[in-house]
Ligand binder design. Structure first.
Ligand code: SF4
Length: 544
């Protein structure tokens, strides 16, 4: 078997993927998505940029003839050239397996090898900013193969990370044993001829060309990984208890789960309710949603969620979430974080409401579109504002336009989905030195619909992303192909080509995001009002 760095990389991300790459019919792969295409372009661009700073030589050999490639690389090493790009190194691992390593660079260093008083060290150009485990294991892989070729172990291996001026030195004494573990495990899995079990994880699977294939399998099996909150660790625990499908999980006593690794009392109760929601295909109010009545206790006459042991208390923010719905993984923000959501907080309405959504280009550290939907219930009008930076330098201008509009509606709550909008307004305020007297009152009016939703209800959805929830409600985006990730790609294309159609698609997608947030908010209000009819009306009257 031929094992290269790409196979080992994919194995670390998902054991099933390299297995399918080897044994499954290629025609069943998904077509390359725009997102993957952009990722590949970014990788190539980054490599070119880094390599432009190096003077290197390349081995000359007939394409695909790795044996000749190895001979040409060894010849350059023997000559002692300063650095080699796209060298080919291959050695046998045991009798049967051939390891093929093509590090981005081989760099000459003082040392001792059969070639003379020099050795080479491998260097990998990575797109990421951090020295992730998977990068370090691959660096150890290159170093191991190189050591066999040059008859001397390289003292280190380098990672050339994005945004870092100096190379990261990999500790080979630490990572080489781990690399061998992974390699041996990988070989065993590939030789077993049994496909490793799938596990749908949106973050990892969305970049995989087997997604449609695995997702169809998961659907037909009613695989537990489709339930939000079921992480790989929790899945393993459930399996050891013989809980293999949502029906069994829906009927389990939470006390059986709450002491297991990966669970606690709150998570156990929530996951079971999530399974019930999935099985019965209906939403539930979470037990911790209460009324802010005098004694702050739930009215005993109110409907109780269908759960056997109602021990759950307040869920800490994000403690349950496993699939992050927006462009950037949300971090809890101190200002937006609430210790508890009450039913009254959700049903509270205002004559004018604002729905806000941002499109960003993370590579440029740019927020290029601030979309605002103003809903005036008194005049029964809706107006959408699209503050768009056609050029990255216009971010400051659109920020100003946004704050001006917010100041025109000083009482209006500003609804958004997830913390990205909140955090971004905070950082744009700092970046453009906007007075706190302007930024703070805006932030104080922010209401995170995602937070309200996930702390108050459980839905029969596979993810608590805006798209998944709004689709479940029947909301339709005008462009069914559009997504946040595609907008990043389209904005990039707009900067390169000047094609205005792309801007229009992004703007309508962003408007639909605002409208989707509006529809989720409306649904949530109606649902909570229906579940708490007496309590909410009564409490509102008390407040009046
Ligand atoms: S779709 Fe997900 S589970 Fe399937 S092979 Fe790809 S990463 Fe693995």
């Amino acid at each position: 078997m031929l094992i290269n760095a790409e196979l080992l990389l994919q194995y670390q991300r998902c054991k099933r993927r390299p297995f399918l790459d080897i044994y499954q019919d290629r025609s069943q792969r998904d077509t390359v998505s725009d997102l993957l295409h952009k990722l590949q372009q970014d990788k190539n661009f980054r490599k070119k940029k880094v390599l432009a700073k190096w003077i290197f030589q390349q081995p000359d050999y007939p394409q695909r003839d790795t044996q000749a490639g190895k001979a040409a690389t060894v010849e350059l090493m023997r000559q002692g050239v300063a650095s080699i790009h796209q060298g080919v190194l291959q050695v046998y691992y045991g009798n049967k397996h051939l390891l093929l390593s093509c590090p981005d660079l081989l760099i000459k260093q003082p040392g001792n090898s059969p070639f003379g008083d020099w050795v080479y060290i491998p260097a990998s150009i990575e797109l990421g900013k951090r020295p992730k485990q998977e990068y370090q294991i691959l660096a150890a892989f290159h170093a191991y193969v190189l050591a066999k070729i040059q008859g001397s172990p390289p003292p280190t291996a380098l990672l050339l990370l994005r945004g870092k001026d100096t190379a990261y030195q990999v500790d080979l004494t630490k990572w080489t044993p781990l690399m061998h573990e992974k390699l041996i495990e990988c070989i065993q899995v590939m030789e077993s001829q049994i496909a490793p079990e799938l596990f749908i994880s949106r973050q990892k699977c969305s970049l995989c060309h087997w997604y449609a294939n695995c997702y169809a399998d998961a659907k037909s099996q009613k695989h537990l990984s489709l339930l939000p909150g079921v992480t790989p660790i929790r899945y393993t625990q459930l399996q050891t208890l013989g809980i293999n499908n949502p029906e069994t999980l829906a009927n389990i006593n939470p006390e059986i789960l709450e002491d297991l690794p990966g669970f606690d009392r709150i998570i156990a109760a929530k996951i079971i309710l999530q399974a019930q929601s999935f099985v019965q295909n209906r939403p539930f109010v979470l037990p911790q949603l209460t009324l802010r009545s005098k004694n702050n206790v739930t009215n005993p006459q109110l409907p109780k969620p269908n759960i056997r042991s109602n021990k759950a208390q307040i869920t800490p923010y994000n403690s349950y979430q496993t699939s992050f719905p927006k462009k950037i993984i949300p971090k809890p923000s101190s200002l937006s974080r609430k210790s508890q959501i009450f039913a009254e907080d959700i049903v509270r309405s205002a004559p004018i409401e604002i729905y806000f959504d941002i499109e960003a280009q993370p590579d440029l550290n740019l927020n290029y579109l601030l979309g605002v939907l103003v809903v005036n219930k008194q005049t029964q009008t809706e107006e959408f504002y699209s503050f768009l930076a056609e050029r990255p330098k216009d971010e400051k201008l659109i920020w100003r336009q946004f704050t001006d509009l917010m100041c025109q509606y000083p009482e209006a709550p500003i609804y958004h989905f997830c913390v990205y909008e909140f955090d971004t307004v905070k950082s744009l305020g700092k970046l453009y030195r906007t007075p706190q007297s302007i930024v703070k009152p805006i932030l104080n009016r922010f209401v995170d619909i995602y937070e309200q939703l996930t702390q108050s209800v459980t839905l029969p959805v596979e993810s608590y992303a805006l798209k998944a929830i709004a689709k479940w409600l029947g909301f339709k985006w005008r462009n069914s192909e559009a997504s946040g990730a595609k907008c990043i790609y389209w904005y990039d294309q707009w900067l390169k080509t000047g094609d205005r159609n792309l801007l229009e698609i992004i703007q309508s997608y962003n408007e639909d995001d605002c409208r989707a947030t509006y529809s989720v908010k409306n649904w949530l209000v109606e649902f909570v009002e229906k579940e708490y009819p007496w309590g909410v009306v009564s409490t509102q009257k008390e407040q009046e």
